[in-house]
Design a protein. Structure first.
Length: 351
């Protein structure tokens, strides 16, 4: 079949790239031809204008390293987008698409100005063929925003089969759209570490298995103290990925290739992000997770019996480093969810 994925494949976010790459790869493994609906960079994190504005601010503040990182990140995401064949409504192949797949990611997040503005696209209003969703999410959008949204309700009725990423989206589909849906795994879990390692097969390993920090926002002082203490106890360098921290040994800008390389080579992960958690599990790392307040992370770790990775900000990290998670159980849980998710795709794409 010819399949067109509708998602945020060109955001400057490693998770967004990897979910798009993973779904594409999984569908190709099932024997399909996969394209992406072309998405304008306007109003996205990959738009050029904000990069120029941010660079000027950094230069005026004499933050030359930060300015350099902005353009390293921009170049990195241009480079990885070569994996995606994009099409527009004016292309001949667009009219030969057998099925449109909306997802994954938080495409139904009506709290977001971008997704609310582009609701026609992410609910498939003008699509001319069969439509399904894969692991779509409303994020934290309250139910009443859908109850009064005519576009969302009408478009949902044209979708052949809906799969979602979380309980909140499942409930909205059930209570507002009056449709059944299936909770499937994030597409990044459809692949394994060998699949991802193919992206970086020629890259040498980081020396001495460093500690990886993949954390959005500013770390609390208590956590910084515990991380520095762990560095002294185990004698390993610290990599901060995506955010400059002057107390870390190595600072790396956002880059999907470097993201995979960090996970391949690190000995321990500190994160508060959803995809940071997923890749800790995929690469079977011990990790400390500071994302307890995020429902999607709590649900992920609960469903895989990995909840003991949750850490308090002032908690000693050495036991997390030394205490191996039971990956026999974790991998079994992931494999079960992965298999049922692939069955959802097969059921909808083999007719």
């Amino acid at each position: 079949m010819n399949i067109c994925i509708i998602t945020v494949y060109n955001s400057e976010n490693c998770g967004s790239f990897l979910q798009a790459y993973a779904l594409k790869t999984a569908l190709e493994k099932l024997g399909h031809h996969v394209y992406f609906l072309n998405r304008s960079k306007k109003d996205t994190s990959h738009a050029l204008k904000p990069h120029i504005e941010d660079s000027i601010k950094k230069l005026l503040q004499l933050q030359f390293k930060d300015c350099k990182n902005i353009w390293m990140r921009y170049k990195a995401f241009i480079n990885v987008q070569k994996f995606f064949s994009t099409i527009s409504e004016s292309d001949e192949i667009y009219h030969k698409i057998d099925c449109f797949v909306i997802g994954s990611d938080t495409l139904w997040n009506l709290n977001s100005k971008y997704f609310s503005k582009n609701i026609d696209i992410y609910f498939g209003k003008n699509l001319n063929s069969k439509i399904i969703t894969y692991a779509v999410s409303v994020a934290n959008t309250p139910k009443d925003k859908f109850v009064n949204n005519k576009t969302a309700i009408e478009c949902s009725q044209r979708i052949s089969d809906i799969s979602v990423r979380d309980d909140a989206t499942y409930e909205i589909v059930k209570d507002v759209f009056h449709m059944d849906s299936e909770i499937v795994c994030d597409p990044t879990l459809l692949l394994n570490k060998d699949d991802y390692n193919l992206l970086i097969k020629d890259r040498p390993a980081f020396d001495d298995a460093p500690i990886l920090i993949y954390y959005f926002g500013n770390l609390p002082d208590d956590s910084i103290y515990q991380i520095k203490k762990l560095r002294e106890e185990i004698g390993k360098k610290i990599i901060s990925f995506g955010q400059y921290r002057d107390w870390c040994d190595i600072n790396i800008p956002f880059d999907p290739y470097l993201f995979i390389q960090c996970y391949r080579d690190c000995s321990f992960v500190i994160t508060n992000t959803f995809h940071g958690t997923i890749f800790s599990l995929i690469y079977e790392k011990n990790f400390a997770n500071y994302g307890q307040e995020k429902k999607k992370i709590k649900s992920l770790l609960s469903s895989t019996d990995a909840e003991k990775a949750f850490a308090l900000t002032d908690e000693d990290l050495l036991p997390f480093f030394e205490n191996r998670l039971n990956y026999n159980i974790i991998n079994k849980k992931i494999e079960e969810h992965k298999n049922s998710s692939i069955q959802f795709l097969k059921r909808n794409l083999n007719n």
